[in-house]
Design a protein around this ligand. Structure first.
Ligand code: SF4
Length: 700
């Protein structure tokens, strides 16, 4: 009677395990064999190319990826003990070779054969550790789901399931488990301050969980977390975290209330509407213009900020405007409109409470939805006392009352109201604004003139489409089922209207949006409805706040639109200031794939593509080429490891390198220990000890 064939697995061990943590590879082999799997180790493997791909060096990444495709060709199952390298092979190779049919087909073939280690054990082998292990004692273990394993490979259940089934293990929940730890490959070295703050939160969460052991399926994350030294906490970070958690918490509750299935259906509807509209933008802008004019309004198209400001300025001059009230408008911030009007001798008053606070403080917004998010209650109280001459009070209702009294008179005095627009409905020529304070309605109806400012991407075809966004926007922004005020303005006051402006002007602004429209990889950034959900879940935004983004649009979406709108020269750091954790994509109500666009921008910057000639740094480029050259040759990889070990060992203690002044390395070791390169690589251990024995396998 013939023996059943064992399941076979080819191990792609990853360069970090091969060179720094070979013992992890050894354990993976042992577990696989214990589960009855016949393991082989394809020779010549080095790096999958992910560090280069994530840094934008696509040409170099392709070399390593193609090499890996060759090495893993025809292997039945490829097992990778890393969520990020597994995601690279399963998901990102498809993007990397999108323009090459032959390589793309091979990447597609590989993507169906690649498994992350725990996923393979559970889904393919059906391994139950409790059936075969006999561990003693009880370890309390918390599990950190690495971002790419969670959001790109979508492996969620296998790791906790294995832990739960393992004898001697008691699993505890890690608070905020899905928050990125701050590794992000080159991010941890390029932005050590932000990375350290994210790490501090992860360490605090692990400590508070009561776990003795923190585990993850990615050695990059574990090297980062495990190397953590003392990291600090700041007032700003705490404030941002509280606010972000508040908005995001209510957003999640609102989604749970309608059920995730319904929510996904709405998101897909919204995406389809935006895709269609942005794909036919000229058609819908013409329809919008026709219908605004038919309703008695005037439409102005502005190609840039200078032109848009000149249009508003001219409308103000022609109508003898002395006082302007404004409801919230990110576009007016983008244009710097207040300064232009003030230079003309016009008094401009922001009437959204958050905008009013930052106008008094002489600051700029730090959040798309909550512009004064960075200010504490005490700071606002002090500001009101100083600027308005009122008694100091930290009572929020009292502060709101004071603002209301001051602003009420401004509404009555204003000659012109300026509003933004959440949506422009083409079929009716309507401008739609959504607020929670009612100031938008007063701005658009009380003064003689109403000027609406909107980016050209704000148009949607119909009122039926508007209904979809009215469900999504308040829930995504603040977790509200419905907004407090929804104002729809269609032209100026008519003869039989009781109130309303005598003139209605709609200024539709390009100001760099055409560049986004022209680039198929960035076009979806124009689907954004400025809900702020991506900011509230972004671990980088939560640490640095909105002002660190340097311009009007903060957070993940700001990192895409700012380079296009202000020029890459002033914003080339933004696309790199992300760990690519993918939380923004999951939160976005329009399913905007921000990480993919960041990768595209990184590629353009690193390789001087598109409208970014030679924007990357020469040092980065040299390092990338050097890394690719070394990683293309396993002999050089091992030689580099040995030399590195000899040079670094005198500076290390117990196999770890602490703070050092060595260039580049110091950016890691300023707050994290770094393991020395291993004395033997996993490849060498395999060759000497593992290849010849225990490979007969058993059925799992
Ligand atoms: S990118 Fe998505 S989540 Fe972020 S502000 Fe825009 S619509 Fe909201």
């Amino acid at each position: 009677m013939s023996q059943p064939q064992p399941i076979r697995a080819s191990l792609f061990v990853t360069c970090i395990v091969d060179q720094l943590y070979p013992e992890v590879g050894v354990s993976v082999v042992r577990v696989l064999r214990r589960a009855g799997v016949a393991v082989d180790f394809p020779e010549g493997q080095t790096c999958c190319g992910q560090p280069l791909y994530n840094s934008g060096f696509t040409a170099e990444a392709r070399k390593l990826a193609e090499r890996t495709l060759n090495i893993l060709a025809d292997r039945e199952c490829v097992v990778v003990p890393s969520g990020s390298c597994g995601a690279m092979m399963r998901v990102f190779y498809l993007d990397l070779f999108a323009d090459d049919p032959e390589l793309h087909a091979r990447a597609q073939d590989l993507s169906q054969r690649v498994y992350e280690f725990t996923e393979f054990l559970v889904d393919v082998v059906g391994y139950e550790p409790g059936m075969r292990d006999g561990s003693d004692g009880v370890s309390t273990v918390a599990y950190h789901p690495s971002c790419h394993l969670l959001r790109e490979m979508e492996v969620t259940e296998a790791p906790p399931r294995l832990l739960d089934a393992a004898p001697g293990v008691s699993r505890v929940e890690l608070p905020d488990a899905e928050q990125c730890c701050g590794f992000g490959g080159a991010f941890a070295v390029k932005y050590p301050h932000i990375s350290e703050e994210m790490l501090a939160d992860k360490v605090a969460a692990a400590t508070s969980s009561g776990a003795d052991i923190l585990t993850a399926c990615d050695m990059g994350c574990l090297m980062h977390i495990g190397g953590a030294a003392a990291v600090k906490d700041t007032e700003l970070r705490q404030a941002l975290r509280r606010a972000g958690a508040g908005f995001d918490g209510t957003r999640r509750e609102a989604i749970a209330e309608v059920t995730p299935e319904v929510w996904e259906d709405w998101r897909e509807q919204a995406r389809r509407i935006k895709e269609h509209t942005i794909g036919h933008l000229d058609y819908y802008l013409e329809m919008l213009e026709r219908n605004v004019v038919a309703a008695g309004g005037q439409v102005h198209f502005a190609t840039d900020a200078r032109q848009a400001n000149a249009i508003v300025s001219q409308i103000a001059s022609a109508n003898g405007v002395r006082t302007v009230t404004k409801s919230k408008s990110m576009v007016s911030e983008e244009l710097g409109l207040n300064h232009v009007l003030e230079a003309q001798g016009i008094d401009v008053f922001e009437t959204d409470l958050g905008e009013y606070i930052i106008q008094l403080a002489g600051e700029t917004p730090s959040h798309l939805v909550a512009p004064a998010l960075h200010k504490t209650r005490a700071q606002v109280a002090a500001l009101f006392a100083e600027q308005l001459g009122v008694p100091y009070s930290e009572d929020i209702e009292e502060m709101a009352r004071i603002a209301r009294v001051v602003l009420r008179q401004k509404f009555l005095d204003a000659d012109m109201g300026i509003s933004g627009a959440n949506f422009l409905v083409a079929e009716t020529g309507s401008l739609v604004i959504i607020t929670n304070e009612g100031n938008g309605r007063l701005c658009t109806s009380a003064p003689r003139i109403h000027v609406g400012l909107a980016g050209m991407e704000k148009v949607i075809p119909s009122l039926q489409d508007l209904a979809v966004f009215l469900r999504l926007l308040p829930r995504s922004a603040t977790g509200q089922r419905i907004t407090s005020y929804m104002s729809m303005v269609t032209g100026p006051r008519r003869a039989d209207d009781e109130d309303g402006p005598e003139e209605f002007h709609l200024v539709i602004v390009d100001n760099g949006r055409s560049r986004l429209l022209a680039d198929p990889a960035l076009r979806e950034s124009l689907y954004c409805i400025r809900c702020g959900a991506c900011l509230n879940v972004c671990p980088v935004y939560q640490r640095v706040g909105g002002h660190a983004y340097g311009w009007v649009y903060p957070g993940p979406i700001g990192s895409i639109v700012t380079p296009a709108l202000v020029g890459i020269g002033q914003a080339k750091d933004l696309p790199n200031a992300s760990t690519l954790c993918g939380a923004c994509r999951d939160a976005c109500p329009v399913q905007i794939n921000i990480p993919r666009m960041l990768l595209h921008l990184r590629h353009n910057i690193a390789e001087g593509q598109g409208s970014y000639p030679a924007a990357g740094s020469d040092t980065d480029s040299l390092l990338a080429r050097g890394f690719a050259a070394v990683m293309s040759n396993p002999v050089l990889v091992n030689l580099g490891r040995r030399i590195g070990r000899i040079l670094l060992r005198p500076l290390s203690k117990q196999g770890m390198l602490g703070q050092t002044r060595l260039p580049l390395v110091s950016r890691w070791t300023r707050s994290r220990d770094l393991p020395l390169p291993a004395s033997r690589s996993f490849g060498e251990i395999w060759r000497d000890e593992l290849s010849g024995s225990g490979n007969e396998g058993r059925n799992g």
